[in-house]
Design a protein around this ligand. Structure first.
Ligand code: HEC
Length: 128
């Protein structure tokens, strides 16, 4: 008897990264807004004006009108909170933040995960 099942192709399932939003290389503010609603709004409020975590709409105002993109990315990534038992905000860089895209920073191409860039782009768009 011929074994049909053995000839069926096997499709590998994409690895689950714990994020309900599918991984993409979309770095738009609207993607960032969806990620924010999913991962950040519980602490920072639906409109980023704060809650358990601080208001995120006045970051540029605190730094002389220039959006502090590098600090924001570092905070979301969370590497400097690593191992800090008192840290409230999760270390998002410990999870898969999507495909790496290259952004220009001080004349150098810097690899940044797409979700990190999308979140930062969204936050820049909500500065007062
Ligand atoms: C469990 C609560 C919690 C979640 C979830 C959370 N944060 Fe935070 N966040 C905080 C707290 C508390 C702080 C204050 C600094 C600290 O404790 O690290 C903070 C600080 C920040 C800051 C620095 C603000 C400043 O004034 O410099 C940024 C930017 C930020 N969060 C962005 C995000 C983004 C983006 C997400 C989602 C990817 C997120 N946070 C998710 C609690 C949270």
């Amino acid at each position: 008897m011929k074994r049909f099942l053995a000839n069926l192709p096997i499709f590998a399932l994409a690895a689950c990264n714990g994020s309900p939003l599918p991984t993409t290389d979309d770095v738009s503010a609207s993607r960032g807004m969806a990620l924010f609603a999913q991962d950040c709004s519980s602490c920072h409020g639906a409109d980023a004006t704060g809650g358990i975590g601080p208001d995120l709409t006045g970051l540029s105002a605190q730094t002389g009108g220039v959006f502090p993109a590098q600090q924001v990315m570092a905070q979301i990534d969370g590497l400097e909170r690593h191992g800090d038992a008192d840290a409230v905000m999760p270390e998002f860089g410990a999870d898969d933040m999507g495909a790496t895209v290259i952004v220009e920073h001080e004349g150098l191409g810097t690899p940044v995960p797409a979700d990190l860039l999308a979140l930062t782009t969204y936050l820049e768009s909500v500065q007062r």
